[in-house]
Design a binder for this molecule. Structure first.
Ligand SMILES: NC(=O)c1ccc[n+]([C@@H]2O[C@H](COP(=O)([O-])OP(=O)(O)OC[C@H]3O[C@@H](n4cnc5c(N)ncnc54)[C@H](O)[C@@H]3O)[C@@H](O)[C@H]2O)c1
Length: 359
């Protein structure tokens, strides 16, 4: 029988209950033995629903980390605490999955990366969009070389009106930013992964607070409180990579547009292109004619990722635990997630100064 890992969850809010706990509880080689939240009832409730027998509840994560039987920790707290909690967990000898974005600042993301290297423990970041069947197929297409050299890409993270009004999403101090760091981060992660290009050279960005001060605004989750909305409502960036490739990143929680799309990318290479909007389409040129292929994602899978038909969150958790079990690199490496943080921070900096940021 394979080893059963003891896992703890720190932060028992939306993403813990929406993604981590339901998917982890399907794995037969994981026991969720400890739950921590500064709001005790949230930890107690999650423990009663998902906890192994005798699961413990904490309100202070430093106490939880003292339990040497815990081998894996998932950090599901707001952005400003990802770094401190993850580093403390790594130092305590645990493998860590931090929710996205890796950290509030690139400096903090770097500290996390260094802690993982120092301790030899595994660190990954919750970029779950990589585990969707369209993403997995497109990754295989990119790896096959079918698109050639990808020299232009768009990273899409645009909502017309879907501002998250719960928790601390609108709080600059806690989150480090708005839609760019919240959903732009997924689109950028996906784009860099497809391009397999982690060498940014120069970044130019803009950020807007145009709709955030609106009273009684239309919104998927009900009107927001303008007084609490201290982050940007939209941010855009242009990233030029060392090899000359260009990425255009667009992110918004509230933009007057009908072209909405989230955690998707469009790729243009020398041999072909790919478009994730309205299903996955590959486009190219053959025998002096243009062609477009609609990929049927309803059946089949990507062999090297074992079963792309699974729910993305289930696959994300399964492959993370497998990486620990087999001592291999996680699908999302901390080095990759750090570059995402570096670029996002450069967009914010450029938006403030009006100048390009050279990395
Ligand atoms: N992967 C995704 O697609 C995705 C989706 C949503 C959120 N997230 C990320 O997950 C994180 C949390 O978001 P959420 O929507 O779950 O927020 P949330 O507010 O619903 O939950 C956060 C929880 O953390 C608790 N908490 C705060 N500080 C704590 C601390 N020091 N120790 C223990 N508990 C603490 C809060 O009380 C709360 O219950 C954010 O970083 C967010 O970016 C990722």
């Amino acid at each position: 029988m394979s080893k059963v890992y003891k896992l703890a969850i720190i932060g028992c809010g939306g993403i813990a209950n929406g993604k981590h706990l339901p998917s982890l509880s399907k794995l037969n080689n994981v026991d969720i033995v400890a739950f921590c939240d500064i709001v005790e009832e949230r930890a107690t409730e999650a423990a009663s629903k998902y906890g192994a027998e005798g699961a413990r509840v904490y309100t202070d994560y430093t106490e939880l980390l003292k339990d040497s039987s815990i081998e894996i920790v998932h950090v599901c707290t707001p952005n400003d605490s990802h770094a401190d909690i993850s580093i403390a967990a790594l130092e305590a000898g645990k493998h860590v999955m931090s929710e996205k974005p890796m950290a509030k600042t690139a400096h903090d993301a770097k500290r996390m990366l260094e802690a993982a290297e120092r301790t030899g423990k595994k660190l990954t970041v919750g970029y779950n969009n990589r585990f969707r069947s369209d993403s997995l197929h497109l990754k295989a297409v990119c790896e096959s070389g079918e698109l050639g050299d990808i020299y232009f890409a768009k990273a899409h993270a645009i909502r017309r009106r879907a501002v998250p009004t719960w928790g601390v999403f609108l709080d600059e101090e806690k989150q480090g930013g708005g839609p760019l760091i919240d959903i732009g981060t997924h689109a950028l992660d996906l784009t860099l992964w497809m391009m397999d290009n982690y060498k940014p050279k120069v970044v130019l960005g803009t950020a807007y607070h145009k709709l955030s001060q609106r009273e009684n605004a239309a919104n998927a989750w009900g009107p927001w409180d303008p007084a609490k909305f201290t982050v940007e409502d939209s941010a855009f960036g242009m990233i030029v990579m060392e090899d000359g490739a260009t990425i255009s990143l667009e992110s918004s929680w509230a933009l007057n547009t009908l072209e909405v799309d989230e955690a998707k990318c469009t790729l243009s290479g020398t041999e072909g292109g790919a478009d994730m909007k309205n299903g996955l389409r590959i486009n190219g040129e053959k025998h002096s004619r243009l062609f477009t292929t609609d990929v049927d994602l309803s059946a089949g899978g990507v062999a090297f990722y074992e079963g792309s038909s699974e729910n993305p969150a289930d696959l994300e958790m399964k492959l993370w635990i497998k990486a620990i079990d087999e001592d291999t690199e996680p699908v999302v490496t901390p080095q990759q997630a750090f570059v995402v943080s570096q670029i996002l921070e450069a967009i914010y900096e450029s938006a403030k100064t009006g100048k390009a940021v050279y990395l």
